[in-house]
Design a protein around this ligand. Structure first.
Ligand code: NAI
Ligand code: MG
Length: 376
Protein backbone atom coordinates (compact mmCIF):
# COMPACT_ATOMS: atom_id res chain seq x y z
CA UNK A 1 0.00 0.00 0.00
CA UNK A 2 1.07 3.56 -0.67
CA UNK A 3 3.02 5.01 -3.57
CA UNK A 4 4.94 7.98 -4.93
CA UNK A 5 3.73 11.55 -4.41
CA UNK A 6 4.83 14.80 -5.96
CA UNK A 7 3.91 17.54 -3.50
CA UNK A 8 3.61 21.10 -4.81
CA UNK A 9 2.55 23.33 -1.89
CA UNK A 10 2.69 26.52 -4.01
CA UNK A 11 2.29 29.98 -2.48
CA UNK A 12 0.86 31.80 0.54
CA UNK A 13 -1.57 29.55 2.46
CA UNK A 14 -0.76 26.63 0.11
CA UNK A 15 2.24 25.43 2.16
CA UNK A 16 0.37 26.16 5.43
CA UNK A 17 -2.52 23.83 4.66
CA UNK A 18 -0.51 21.23 2.73
CA UNK A 19 1.75 20.61 5.74
CA UNK A 20 -1.32 20.06 7.95
CA UNK A 21 -2.90 17.62 5.48
CA UNK A 22 0.37 15.68 5.36
CA UNK A 23 0.18 15.18 9.14
CA UNK A 24 -3.07 13.34 8.51
CA UNK A 25 -1.23 11.22 5.94
CA UNK A 26 1.46 10.45 8.57
CA UNK A 27 -1.23 9.04 10.86
CA UNK A 28 -2.65 6.90 8.06
CA UNK A 29 0.83 5.56 7.27
CA UNK A 30 1.31 4.60 10.93
CA UNK A 31 -2.08 2.95 11.18
CA UNK A 32 -2.00 0.98 7.92
CA UNK A 33 1.69 0.38 7.21
CA UNK A 34 1.25 2.15 3.86
CA UNK A 35 4.27 4.14 2.74
CA UNK A 36 4.04 7.32 0.72
CA UNK A 37 7.27 8.55 -0.85
CA UNK A 38 7.14 12.35 -0.84
CA UNK A 39 8.97 14.56 -3.29
CA UNK A 40 8.48 18.28 -2.60
CA UNK A 41 8.94 20.82 -5.37
CA UNK A 42 7.96 24.30 -6.55
CA UNK A 43 5.13 25.65 -8.63
CA UNK A 44 3.67 29.12 -9.13
CA UNK A 45 5.26 32.20 -7.55
CA UNK A 46 7.77 30.13 -5.59
CA UNK A 47 9.03 28.63 -8.84
CA UNK A 48 9.11 32.06 -10.56
CA UNK A 49 11.32 33.40 -7.78
CA UNK A 50 13.80 30.55 -8.01
CA UNK A 51 13.69 29.52 -11.69
CA UNK A 52 12.05 32.52 -13.46
CA UNK A 53 9.32 30.17 -14.66
CA UNK A 54 5.97 29.14 -13.14
CA UNK A 55 6.97 25.49 -13.39
CA UNK A 56 10.16 23.83 -14.63
CA UNK A 57 10.52 21.07 -17.21
CA UNK A 58 11.91 18.88 -14.42
CA UNK A 59 8.73 19.28 -12.35
CA UNK A 60 6.52 18.69 -15.41
CA UNK A 61 8.43 15.49 -16.07
CA UNK A 62 8.07 14.36 -12.45
CA UNK A 63 4.32 15.02 -12.55
CA UNK A 64 3.88 12.20 -15.06
CA UNK A 65 6.18 9.78 -13.25
CA UNK A 66 4.48 9.76 -9.84
CA UNK A 67 1.28 8.01 -8.72
CA UNK A 68 -0.39 11.28 -7.70
CA UNK A 69 0.27 15.00 -7.35
CA UNK A 70 -0.81 16.80 -4.18
CA UNK A 71 -1.17 20.51 -4.89
CA UNK A 72 -1.73 23.50 -2.59
CA UNK A 73 -2.46 26.77 -4.39
CA UNK A 74 -0.49 29.15 -6.56
CA UNK A 75 -0.38 32.89 -7.07
CA UNK A 76 -0.43 36.21 -5.28
CA UNK A 77 -0.27 39.96 -5.89
CA UNK A 78 3.55 40.10 -5.76
CA UNK A 79 3.66 38.19 -9.07
CA UNK A 80 0.92 40.35 -10.62
CA UNK A 81 3.13 41.49 -13.51
CA UNK A 82 5.21 38.34 -13.92
CA UNK A 83 5.54 36.70 -17.31
CA UNK A 84 4.44 33.94 -17.28
CA UNK A 85 1.95 34.40 -14.45
CA UNK A 86 2.19 32.03 -11.46
CA UNK A 87 -1.17 30.34 -12.14
CA UNK A 88 0.10 29.16 -15.55
CA UNK A 89 2.26 26.58 -13.77
CA UNK A 90 -0.79 24.60 -12.72
CA UNK A 91 -2.32 24.82 -16.22
CA UNK A 92 0.87 23.40 -17.71
CA UNK A 93 0.91 20.55 -15.19
CA UNK A 94 -2.77 19.76 -15.94
CA UNK A 95 -2.00 19.61 -19.63
CA UNK A 96 1.15 17.53 -19.21
CA UNK A 97 -0.66 15.02 -16.98
CA UNK A 98 -3.73 14.98 -19.29
CA UNK A 99 -5.96 15.07 -16.24
CA UNK A 100 -9.09 15.59 -18.28
CA UNK A 101 -11.74 14.85 -15.65
CA UNK A 102 -12.09 17.46 -12.93
CA UNK A 103 -14.27 16.33 -10.01
CA UNK A 104 -15.86 18.81 -7.64
CA UNK A 105 -18.15 17.33 -4.99
CA UNK A 106 -20.96 19.48 -3.66
CA UNK A 107 -22.19 18.20 -0.33
CA UNK A 108 -21.86 19.15 3.29
CA UNK A 109 -18.89 17.76 5.17
CA UNK A 110 -20.94 18.61 8.21
CA UNK A 111 -24.67 18.96 8.73
CA UNK A 112 -24.20 21.84 11.11
CA UNK A 113 -22.74 23.95 8.29
CA UNK A 114 -25.94 23.89 6.27
CA UNK A 115 -26.84 27.24 7.75
CA UNK A 116 -23.79 28.81 6.11
CA UNK A 117 -25.28 28.14 2.71
CA UNK A 118 -26.93 31.14 1.04
CA UNK A 119 -29.74 28.71 0.11
CA UNK A 120 -32.57 27.94 2.55
CA UNK A 121 -31.79 24.87 4.70
CA UNK A 122 -34.94 23.04 3.60
CA UNK A 123 -33.82 23.37 -0.04
CA UNK A 124 -30.12 22.60 0.33
CA UNK A 125 -30.37 19.92 3.02
CA UNK A 126 -29.33 16.50 1.74
CA UNK A 127 -27.59 17.85 -1.38
CA UNK A 128 -24.92 15.45 -2.62
CA UNK A 129 -23.72 15.62 -6.20
CA UNK A 130 -20.37 15.73 -7.96
CA UNK A 131 -19.66 17.74 -11.07
CA UNK A 132 -17.29 16.10 -13.55
CA UNK A 133 -15.89 18.78 -15.82
CA UNK A 134 -14.01 18.02 -19.03
CA UNK A 135 -10.78 19.89 -18.42
CA UNK A 136 -8.42 19.46 -21.37
CA UNK A 137 -10.48 20.53 -24.38
CA UNK A 138 -13.36 22.62 -25.67
CA UNK A 139 -13.40 26.39 -25.96
CA UNK A 140 -10.46 26.89 -23.57
CA UNK A 141 -7.97 25.24 -25.95
CA UNK A 142 -7.46 25.11 -29.70
CA UNK A 143 -6.33 27.80 -32.13
CA UNK A 144 -7.59 31.12 -30.88
CA UNK A 145 -7.86 34.27 -32.92
CA UNK A 146 -7.42 37.63 -31.24
CA UNK A 147 -7.48 40.69 -33.48
CA UNK A 148 -8.33 44.34 -33.01
CA UNK A 149 -11.98 43.89 -34.02
CA UNK A 150 -12.42 40.14 -33.93
CA UNK A 151 -12.01 37.34 -31.42
CA UNK A 152 -12.70 33.62 -31.75
CA UNK A 153 -12.32 30.52 -29.61
CA UNK A 154 -13.22 27.36 -31.50
CA UNK A 155 -15.44 25.25 -29.26
CA UNK A 156 -14.52 21.80 -30.54
CA UNK A 157 -14.85 18.27 -29.19
CA UNK A 158 -13.61 15.07 -30.72
CA UNK A 159 -15.10 11.65 -30.09
CA UNK A 160 -12.08 10.51 -28.08
CA UNK A 161 -12.29 13.54 -25.77
CA UNK A 162 -15.98 12.98 -25.11
CA UNK A 163 -15.67 9.23 -24.63
CA UNK A 164 -12.89 9.40 -22.08
CA UNK A 165 -14.63 11.87 -19.78
CA UNK A 166 -18.08 10.30 -19.91
CA UNK A 167 -16.44 6.94 -19.14
CA UNK A 168 -15.18 8.48 -15.89
CA UNK A 169 -18.79 9.36 -15.05
CA UNK A 170 -19.98 5.86 -15.93
CA UNK A 171 -17.25 4.15 -13.90
CA UNK A 172 -17.89 6.40 -10.88
CA UNK A 173 -21.63 5.74 -11.10
CA UNK A 174 -20.99 1.98 -11.14
CA UNK A 175 -18.99 2.17 -7.90
CA UNK A 176 -22.33 2.54 -6.13
CA UNK A 177 -25.08 -0.01 -5.65
CA UNK A 178 -27.51 0.87 -7.12
CA UNK A 179 -25.47 2.93 -9.60
CA UNK A 180 -25.65 6.70 -9.18
CA UNK A 181 -27.77 8.54 -11.74
CA UNK A 182 -25.84 10.68 -14.25
CA UNK A 183 -26.88 13.96 -15.89
CA UNK A 184 -25.12 14.88 -19.11
CA UNK A 185 -25.18 18.65 -19.42
CA UNK A 186 -24.97 20.52 -22.74
CA UNK A 187 -26.64 23.08 -25.00
CA UNK A 188 -27.67 20.68 -27.74
CA UNK A 189 -30.51 23.02 -28.71
CA UNK A 190 -28.02 25.56 -30.13
CA UNK A 191 -24.49 24.10 -30.27
CA UNK A 192 -23.31 21.54 -32.81
CA UNK A 193 -20.52 20.32 -30.55
CA UNK A 194 -23.16 19.74 -27.84
CA UNK A 195 -25.24 17.57 -30.16
CA UNK A 196 -22.19 15.43 -30.89
CA UNK A 197 -21.43 15.32 -27.16
CA UNK A 198 -24.97 14.15 -26.40
CA UNK A 199 -25.03 11.46 -29.10
CA UNK A 200 -21.65 9.97 -28.16
CA UNK A 201 -22.48 10.08 -24.45
CA UNK A 202 -25.61 8.00 -25.02
CA UNK A 203 -23.68 5.55 -27.22
CA UNK A 204 -21.10 4.98 -24.48
CA UNK A 205 -23.66 4.56 -21.71
CA UNK A 206 -25.81 2.17 -23.76
CA UNK A 207 -22.80 0.03 -24.66
CA UNK A 208 -20.68 0.19 -21.52
CA UNK A 209 -22.89 1.26 -18.63
CA UNK A 210 -26.38 -0.04 -19.46
CA UNK A 211 -27.34 -0.13 -15.78
CA UNK A 212 -26.71 3.58 -15.27
CA UNK A 213 -29.64 5.96 -15.56
CA UNK A 214 -28.33 8.71 -17.89
CA UNK A 215 -30.36 11.84 -18.57
CA UNK A 216 -29.79 15.04 -20.56
CA UNK A 217 -30.01 18.45 -19.03
CA UNK A 218 -29.55 21.85 -20.66
CA UNK A 219 -26.81 23.89 -19.00
CA UNK A 220 -28.76 27.13 -18.60
CA UNK A 221 -31.73 25.48 -16.99
CA UNK A 222 -29.41 23.50 -14.70
CA UNK A 223 -27.85 26.78 -13.55
CA UNK A 224 -31.28 27.78 -12.27
CA UNK A 225 -32.30 24.38 -10.91
CA UNK A 226 -29.11 24.05 -8.86
CA UNK A 227 -30.40 26.97 -6.83
CA UNK A 228 -34.09 26.11 -6.72
CA UNK A 229 -33.95 22.28 -6.54
CA UNK A 230 -30.33 21.18 -5.97
CA UNK A 231 -31.15 17.80 -4.42
CA UNK A 232 -32.89 16.75 -7.66
CA UNK A 233 -29.37 16.26 -9.08
CA UNK A 234 -27.95 14.05 -6.36
CA UNK A 235 -25.57 11.78 -8.22
CA UNK A 236 -23.16 12.80 -10.99
CA UNK A 237 -23.21 15.69 -13.45
CA UNK A 238 -20.87 15.35 -16.43
CA UNK A 239 -20.26 18.30 -18.72
CA UNK A 240 -17.79 20.10 -20.97
CA UNK A 241 -15.06 22.56 -19.99
CA UNK A 242 -17.03 25.82 -20.25
CA UNK A 243 -20.29 24.70 -18.62
CA UNK A 244 -18.32 22.75 -16.02
CA UNK A 245 -16.27 25.79 -15.08
CA UNK A 246 -19.34 27.92 -14.46
CA UNK A 247 -21.54 25.26 -12.87
CA UNK A 248 -18.82 24.00 -10.53
CA UNK A 249 -18.21 27.52 -9.23
CA UNK A 250 -21.95 27.89 -8.77
CA UNK A 251 -22.10 24.60 -6.86
CA UNK A 252 -19.18 25.77 -4.70
CA UNK A 253 -21.23 28.86 -3.87
CA UNK A 254 -24.13 26.67 -2.75
CA UNK A 255 -22.12 25.43 0.19
CA UNK A 256 -21.08 28.93 1.19
CA UNK A 257 -17.69 27.78 2.46
CA UNK A 258 -14.78 28.09 0.03
CA UNK A 259 -12.26 26.80 2.57
CA UNK A 260 -14.03 23.42 2.81
CA UNK A 261 -14.09 22.35 -0.82
CA UNK A 262 -11.79 19.70 -2.32
CA UNK A 263 -11.21 18.72 -5.93
CA UNK A 264 -9.63 15.93 -7.93
CA UNK A 265 -8.41 15.95 -11.52
CA UNK A 266 -8.11 12.46 -12.98
CA UNK A 267 -6.32 11.05 -16.03
CA UNK A 268 -8.68 8.11 -16.41
CA UNK A 269 -11.64 6.32 -14.88
CA UNK A 270 -11.32 5.16 -11.26
CA UNK A 271 -10.07 1.60 -11.14
CA UNK A 272 -12.44 -1.18 -10.23
CA UNK A 273 -10.98 -3.69 -7.79
CA UNK A 274 -8.62 -6.04 -9.61
CA UNK A 275 -9.02 -4.10 -12.88
CA UNK A 276 -6.60 -4.53 -15.78
CA UNK A 277 -4.13 -1.73 -16.49
CA UNK A 278 -5.85 1.00 -18.48
CA UNK A 279 -6.08 4.66 -19.33
CA UNK A 280 -4.41 6.84 -16.72
CA UNK A 281 -3.68 3.99 -14.33
CA UNK A 282 -0.72 4.49 -11.95
CA UNK A 283 1.87 2.01 -10.69
CA UNK A 284 -0.32 0.90 -7.76
CA UNK A 285 -3.52 0.24 -9.75
CA UNK A 286 -5.19 3.52 -8.91
CA UNK A 287 -5.75 6.40 -11.31
CA UNK A 288 -3.19 9.14 -11.91
CA UNK A 289 -4.54 12.36 -10.45
CA UNK A 290 -3.87 15.81 -9.08
CA UNK A 291 -5.63 16.85 -5.88
CA UNK A 292 -6.08 20.39 -4.65
CA UNK A 293 -8.56 22.49 -2.71
CA UNK A 294 -10.93 24.70 -4.70
CA UNK A 295 -9.74 27.87 -2.97
CA UNK A 296 -6.74 29.93 -4.05
CA UNK A 297 -3.68 31.08 -2.12
CA UNK A 298 -5.62 33.58 0.06
CA UNK A 299 -2.80 36.17 0.33
CA UNK A 300 -5.02 38.28 2.61
CA UNK A 301 -4.72 35.76 5.45
CA UNK A 302 -1.40 34.06 4.69
CA UNK A 303 1.36 33.84 7.27
CA UNK A 304 -1.08 34.31 10.14
CA UNK A 305 -2.03 30.71 10.85
CA UNK A 306 -5.69 31.44 10.06
CA UNK A 307 -6.31 29.31 6.96
CA UNK A 308 -8.92 26.59 7.09
CA UNK A 309 -7.12 23.29 6.33
CA UNK A 310 -10.31 21.32 5.55
CA UNK A 311 -10.34 21.79 1.74
CA UNK A 312 -6.78 20.48 1.57
CA UNK A 313 -7.49 17.61 3.99
CA UNK A 314 -10.57 16.54 2.01
CA UNK A 315 -8.45 16.68 -1.16
CA UNK A 316 -6.12 14.20 0.56
CA UNK A 317 -9.12 11.93 1.17
CA UNK A 318 -9.99 12.08 -2.55
CA UNK A 319 -6.37 11.17 -3.36
CA UNK A 320 -6.47 8.14 -1.08
CA UNK A 321 -9.72 7.01 -2.70
CA UNK A 322 -8.93 7.45 -6.39
CA UNK A 323 -5.16 7.17 -6.71
CA UNK A 324 -4.50 4.60 -4.00
CA UNK A 325 -7.77 2.65 -3.76
CA UNK A 326 -7.85 3.35 0.01
CA UNK A 327 -11.57 3.92 0.24
CA UNK A 328 -11.85 3.05 3.90
CA UNK A 329 -9.09 5.49 4.89
CA UNK A 330 -10.68 8.19 2.73
CA UNK A 331 -13.94 7.73 4.62
CA UNK A 332 -12.14 7.86 7.95
CA UNK A 333 -10.66 11.24 7.02
CA UNK A 334 -14.02 12.56 5.80
CA UNK A 335 -15.76 11.40 8.97
CA UNK A 336 -13.07 12.98 11.13
CA UNK A 337 -13.59 16.33 9.39
CA UNK A 338 -17.37 16.07 9.82
CA UNK A 339 -16.91 15.27 13.52
CA UNK A 340 -14.74 18.30 14.11
CA UNK A 341 -17.12 20.61 12.24
CA UNK A 342 -20.04 19.18 14.21
CA UNK A 343 -18.20 19.35 17.53
CA UNK A 344 -20.51 22.01 18.87
CA UNK A 345 -23.57 20.03 17.89
CA UNK A 346 -22.16 17.18 20.01
CA UNK A 347 -21.87 19.48 23.01
CA UNK A 348 -18.09 19.56 22.66
CA UNK A 349 -15.76 22.44 21.95
CA UNK A 350 -16.38 24.52 18.89
CA UNK A 351 -13.32 24.22 16.68
CA UNK A 352 -13.74 26.38 13.60
CA UNK A 353 -11.58 28.76 11.63
CA UNK A 354 -12.55 32.38 10.95
CA UNK A 355 -14.05 31.69 7.51
CA UNK A 356 -16.63 29.52 9.32
CA UNK A 357 -17.31 32.13 11.95
CA UNK A 358 -15.08 30.55 14.60
CA UNK A 359 -11.94 31.59 16.46
CA UNK A 360 -9.65 28.60 15.89
CA UNK A 361 -6.43 28.82 13.88
CA UNK A 362 -5.09 26.40 11.28
CA UNK A 363 -3.13 24.40 13.85
CA UNK A 364 -5.99 23.99 16.29
CA UNK A 365 -8.39 22.87 13.59
CA UNK A 366 -5.82 20.51 12.12
CA UNK A 367 -5.00 18.98 15.52
CA UNK A 368 -8.68 18.33 16.15
CA UNK A 369 -8.94 16.55 12.81
CA UNK A 370 -5.81 14.50 13.51
CA UNK A 371 -7.23 13.49 16.89
CA UNK A 372 -10.41 12.24 15.26
CA UNK A 373 -8.50 10.37 12.55
CA UNK A 374 -6.49 8.58 15.27
CA UNK A 375 -9.69 7.64 17.06
CA UNK A 376 -11.51 6.23 14.01
P1 NAI B 1 -8.89 32.81 -2.80
O1 NAI B 1 -9.63 31.55 -2.88
O2 NAI B 1 -7.42 32.71 -2.56
O3 NAI B 1 -9.51 33.72 -1.64
C1 NAI B 1 -10.85 34.22 -1.66
C2 NAI B 1 -11.30 34.56 -0.22
O4 NAI B 1 -11.52 33.35 0.50
C3 NAI B 1 -10.23 35.33 0.56
O5 NAI B 1 -10.86 36.27 1.40
C4 NAI B 1 -9.55 34.27 1.37
O6 NAI B 1 -9.01 34.74 2.58
C5 NAI B 1 -10.69 33.27 1.62
N1 NAI B 1 -10.16 31.91 1.72
C6 NAI B 1 -9.73 31.12 0.69
N2 NAI B 1 -9.30 29.95 1.14
C7 NAI B 1 -9.45 29.97 2.49
C8 NAI B 1 -9.15 29.03 3.52
N3 NAI B 1 -8.61 27.83 3.27
N4 NAI B 1 -9.42 29.39 4.80
C9 NAI B 1 -9.95 30.59 5.07
N5 NAI B 1 -10.25 31.51 4.14
C10 NAI B 1 -9.99 31.21 2.86
O7 NAI B 1 -9.18 33.60 -4.15
P2 NAI B 1 -8.54 34.99 -4.66
O8 NAI B 1 -8.36 35.91 -3.52
O9 NAI B 1 -9.36 35.37 -5.81
O10 NAI B 1 -7.11 34.59 -5.26
C11 NAI B 1 -5.89 34.71 -4.54
C12 NAI B 1 -4.77 34.14 -5.38
O11 NAI B 1 -4.95 32.73 -5.55
C13 NAI B 1 -4.70 34.72 -6.79
O12 NAI B 1 -3.33 34.89 -7.14
C14 NAI B 1 -5.38 33.66 -7.63
O13 NAI B 1 -4.94 33.71 -8.96
C15 NAI B 1 -4.90 32.42 -6.94
N6 NAI B 1 -5.77 31.24 -7.17
C16 NAI B 1 -5.15 30.05 -7.30
C17 NAI B 1 -5.87 28.89 -7.48
C18 NAI B 1 -5.13 27.60 -7.58
O14 NAI B 1 -3.98 27.52 -7.22
N7 NAI B 1 -5.76 26.56 -8.08
C19 NAI B 1 -7.33 28.91 -7.54
C20 NAI B 1 -7.92 30.21 -7.33
C21 NAI B 1 -7.14 31.33 -7.17
MG1 MG C 1 -13.71 28.73 -12.47
Amino acid sequence: KGGKLLILPGDHIGPEVVSEALKVLDIIEEATGAKFERDFDLCGGASLDKHKDSVTEAVLQKSVEVDAVFFGSAGGPEWGHSQPNPESGLLRIRHKMQIFANLRPCNFASKSLIHRSPIKPEIISGVDFTIIRENCGGAYYGSKVEEEDYGCDPWEYRRSEIERVVRVAGALAMQHDPPLPVWSVDKANVLANSRVWRRITHEIFEKEFPKVNIRDQLADSLAMLLITKPTAFNGLIVTDNTFGDILSDESGGLTGSLGLLPSASLAGPPAARGAEPGLGRNSVGGVVGLYEPVHGSAPDISGKGLANPVGQVLSLAMMLRYSFNMNHEAEVVEQAVAKVLDSKADGGLEVRTGDLGGKAGTAEMSEAIQREVRRL
